[in-house]
Unconditional design. Sequence first.
Length: 413
Amino acid sequence: MINCVQKFCFCLIIFRNPFELIVCITKENTANVPITGRVEIGTVLDIYLKNVGLLCKEFLNFFLRSIETQPMTWKSSISDCRRREILFNDKSVLVTGGTGSFGKKFIEILLKKYKPKRLIVYSRDEMKQFEMQQKFDDSCMRYFLGDVRDSERLKRAMYQVDYVVHAAAIKQVPAAEYNPMECIKTNIHGAQNVINAAIECGVKKIIALSTDKAANPVNLYGATKLCSDKLFTAANNYVGFRETRFSVVRYGNVVGSRGSVVPFFKKLKDEGAEFLPITDERMTRFWLKLEDAVEFVFKSFQRMYGGEIFIPKLPSMRIMDLAKAIAPELPTKVIGIRPGEKLHEVMCPSDIYYDTIEFEDHFVIKPSVRFCGADYETDALGDKGHPVPDGFDYNSGNNPHFLTVEELRAMNP
Ligand SMILES: NC(=O)c1ccc[n+]([C@@H]2O[C@H](COP(=O)([O-])OP(=O)(O)OC[C@H]3O[C@@H](n4cnc5c(N)ncnc54)[C@H](OP(=O)(O)O)[C@@H]3O)[C@@H](O)[C@H]2O)c1
């Protein structure tokens, strides 16, 4: 890289906060000319700057060394593919809840795309881990039995880990209502244990998975995930001068995930049921495939400064359309909405529209308490967003994009 940039004359830098350094190499002598905006520099470096300080080129090698040792704290226009390599190659990655639906798909895709140094599954049940080992036996794989309620075990597991995805959770709404303290211990205390261990072990980036049920929650599961979101976004406030950064990814129903409506409808169909039970004909849900959730998490690792809740723009589905897609021959019967259920799920609540930024394919909810001077309207990849209109509310009922019956069927739910 040094060879490529030596032909440029000047190096412009800006310290936006104590942790982030942005470097810009310009083609021309721009002395005394303040630059604002995007500076195109071929394919080597392309840096977005708001305020620019000038530095002569003697510092260039120093900053290039900084770049090499802290690859994710600077912005460049090298290709997305190259960024991917930088992200997980030769890095140690830990996934809490690695034996769950998300965890398994995350590990499958990560192993296809990257060459991690270590890929650690952290979960409780030895049987699930044993079964997973039969499928994923790459030499980088490590299987750690452990509970997120056990802070000492987490600290041991996160030793020399670079990236963490926190997916472990109790997520069945009725189970959480019936066993509230168990849900609180895993989803809230467990989240804080993950945060503490990550800070102590010097993990670079952590993404915690959240759910649309955490937005304006009406059940305990959603409420615990909202607490978890708050813990993770606030965690950036007490890392001090460490590099550790925490963000959240929030998404909606995963097509066919364990305990969801799809396997339920399919089971009824296979058992020759006379009708499909529908809680309310007006009910809608956000709908996404697991591989899309994984890709969105990969991307969020690249986009994050820390403190954001990343929300993908997803299609919605109507429950009546889903019933038609799975069992068109069966009639439906309305059985009434269940406790803790909503007609429509919310991703971006209207009450915090002022903290919501819209990007091309996703939204970002900024942290309510700012821990640094990050400009959340331009993400760490340089993509720009804009504030949403007053009172903006993104829910599965007002979503402009609904899947048709044919599209639902094509997704092979
Ligand atoms: N599935 C969806 O539709 C959906 C939608 C939005 C958001 N999410 C979120 O995405 C995340 C992953 O969901 P998923 O569908 O993959 O869930 P899942 O299939 O139920 O998997 C949960 C994982 O967490 C582990 N786990 C549970 N309690 C644990 C504990 N105390 N300590 C350590 N590990 C524990 C489980 O393994 P052991 O039982 O062996 O410990 C399992 O590996 C969750 O945070 C969930 O809230 C899911």
